[in-house]
Design a protein around this ligand. Sequence first.
Ligand code: TRP
Ligand code: ZN
Length: 900
Amino acid sequence: MRTDNNITIFRKDYTPPSFWVDTVEMGFDLDPKATHVTTRTTLRRNTDSKEKELVLFGEGLKLVQIRMNGQKLARTAYQIDKHSLRIFNPPDNITLDIETQINPIKNTSLNGLYVSNGNFFTQCEAEGFRKITYFQDRPDVMAKYTVMLRADKKKYPVLLSNGNLIEEGKLSGGRHYAKWEDPFKKPSYLFALVAGKLVCQEEKIKLKSGRKALLQVWVEKGNLDKTQHAMDSLQNSIFWDEQRFGLELDLDRFMIVAVSDFNMGAMENKGLNIFNTKYVLANAKVATDADYAGIESVVGHEYFHNWTGNRVTCRDWFQLSLKEGLTVFRDQEFSADMIGTNSGRAVNRIADVRMLRQAQFPEDAGPMSHPVRPESYVEINNFYSVTVYEKGAEVVRMYYTLLGHEGFRKGMDLYFKRHDEQAVTCDDFRAAMADANGRDLTQFERWYSQAGTPRLKVSTTYDAAKKTYEISFTQSCPATAGQSKKLPFHIPVAVGLLNAAGQDMSLKCQEQANPTDSTTLVLEVTKAKQVFHFTNVKERPTPSILRNFSAPVEVEINYSDEDLAHLLAHDSDAFNRWEAGQRLAMRRLLKLTAAVQAGKPLELDTMFIDALSKTLNDTTLDAAFREQVLTLPSATNIAEQLKVIDPHAIQTARHFMRSEITRHLKDDLLTAYESNLTNGKYSPDAESTGKRALKNLALSYLQEWPQDSTFDLAHIQYKNAKNMTDRIGALSSMINAAILSQKDSASKSARKAAQLALDGALKDFYNAFKNEALVIDKWFTLQGSAASTDVKKMRQLLKHPAFTLTNPNRARSLIFAFCNANPAQFHAADGSGYALWADLVIQLNAINPQVAARLARSLDRWKKYTPALQEHMKTALEKVASAKNISKDVLEIINKALAA
Ligand code: TRP
Ligand code: ZN
């Protein structure tokens, strides 16, 4: 069966383009209902290609005219179907003139040229350019662009495109024009234009070479009070890339534009980055600490693409991680360097690994599992995945760990020397890393071709007489969708050994040539089974394995509770300190979950609580780090450790643990709350952020203690909050407070009073921020993920006048919160949560396939749930599969799930 909706594209089928494009000159007559686009391209035959025809992609276009070398193209010389325009037997050198007409106002997919709040924007990655004109819309076709924009001057006073503004002026009939020229060759996916009523904050900076550059952040008029942080982040990014990688901004002008209707975070169009408002707009009133951090990292990410992605781009979309994995690694390093301190870096690392485990490990174990460099896809948008991005970044980090700081830099330098202004592959990157360091990285290729999270079994033996210590590794990798057999990976395992006093021991390893005075060694595990011998080990050590999470694997090791407590108290590697605490918690959460299922009484030992209390009360540790230790593994983390997922049992177990911790540590939590108040002017620096995080975590724990005094603490914080972090932190504590679900009649009046206070606060919050879309998103998210929000309440919220499916941020705020972050309600035993999910996937599919496909992922792991839930999930999946006009985006996800 070969229908439009199930054509699979394979990596092995790559062929070079039949023609190269040298120049592209575009003209846009912008009109919401009928925009005319003229495109003149000069092409020359690629002698390396066997393909005779010239195939241009086009999607939903009205072809007005087509001319080749000045002549109208005869109707018999070409053929048009739904997705392409094929020119038969073209000459070797061509000038093509194509005029198309498009309808941006009707474009709700937000892919191609579209209208948002009356302004024009484009999104061309991955395959949106073909919705603007017929073109060889593939990343290995790189050309120089000149763009002429024409529009009504009153309605669209600002006209922007890539590169430099070379001309502007008036036209008759109240229209005006602007002409832009991009000095660098680029693939079509980096094309962009913006037109409309926008204002900007601008600053001039001096680059390392002494050149000056103009930086602009463009927003809607009311938002100029929220651009400073994005501007600061952009300047920090520019200076960081000069410093750390010797990479300078190559343009005289660099623009960021914020738009409220956007499918993802942001887009790295050359010189004209277009951003979701969520990753631009911030001030203390509306943005949380997490928002500030998100803006810094996304601004960095898009800016760093200017070299890793734009100057050197991808040969084809299978190579996506070449730019995304590398650029995520770069933005992670940037954020870490911005904090500067070691403990700050560790906190960032912990957050990144948390996210990897929360999203990437499940993806890699489910029906959408794919290698960092996928072998096939139906819809490429579905492969902008946590595997390509986050696991891809881990793969790049492993080069860094294996080659060292200097070695990695040498590899990067060689990569740019070899491939500047080229479209290349992941293999080219690996070759640059290997060649620059004289290393054989052949086996390392498996990180790109094999999917699945490798398991690393560790066992140790100590010989007290000989003073030797052995660490044995056994690696394996579970079968994944379409991949049953796996070969051993090249795994860098950073290891340290702690003595009984908790200090690092000096290391001497027979198999590893690393400097022996070091207290952390990077062991290179390359075989299925491998043993490392340490000598001169004076006492039995506690091993600290996979320091700083040196590889994206799962470590299985038989630690005793005492070992873990020792590591939690002393490991010099802050990541593994945290990891030890998580292991202690996870062990107990799994036992508790089993106890819930068996109907046995629930108990939590004091040893664990003592270990937590020590960390909580250790004020020599950063608040941010303590907050990470006190944050329990998520329901998803727990689920991944189980053969069969019973969301209600997990929820009960996790809730029990939280309330036990609170029961024992109530006073400590209160102290932590009171001693981490941040007064004075708001600042999103790492220290204040950490304090607020710990304080708000303490507040949320305290809500497990169903008393009006703890609830009042949250209510007072809400009323007195001077920044959004404190305000939303308080509201979140209130909405999830145990007092609201107290059942006994004795607490009836306290419960009623709390409910009244919560309702009042929710109303107050809405009224105070009804004109701040991003804040109203938070309001919806809070409710979508609240334990008290059931399907019925969800259906009410979906009817709220401020709710809409057409704005991705708003749709995600409520729906994704419910389907991905409210497990107890989403997995309602009667399947009503899944029925709601199916309705919403179908509705969203008609508006925006990309957003719908993301939501479709919520049932990925259906085969892991209890039989009764599976049955309901299957019904919901089948309902979507058989609905009318389902996009290939959504179908690919659903079909893969159903085939699992
Ligand atoms: N390349 C963009 C980024 O790094 C992401 C992106 C891909 C995107 N496709 C998109 C953004 C579609 C918006 C819409 O980070
Ligand atoms: Zn990116």
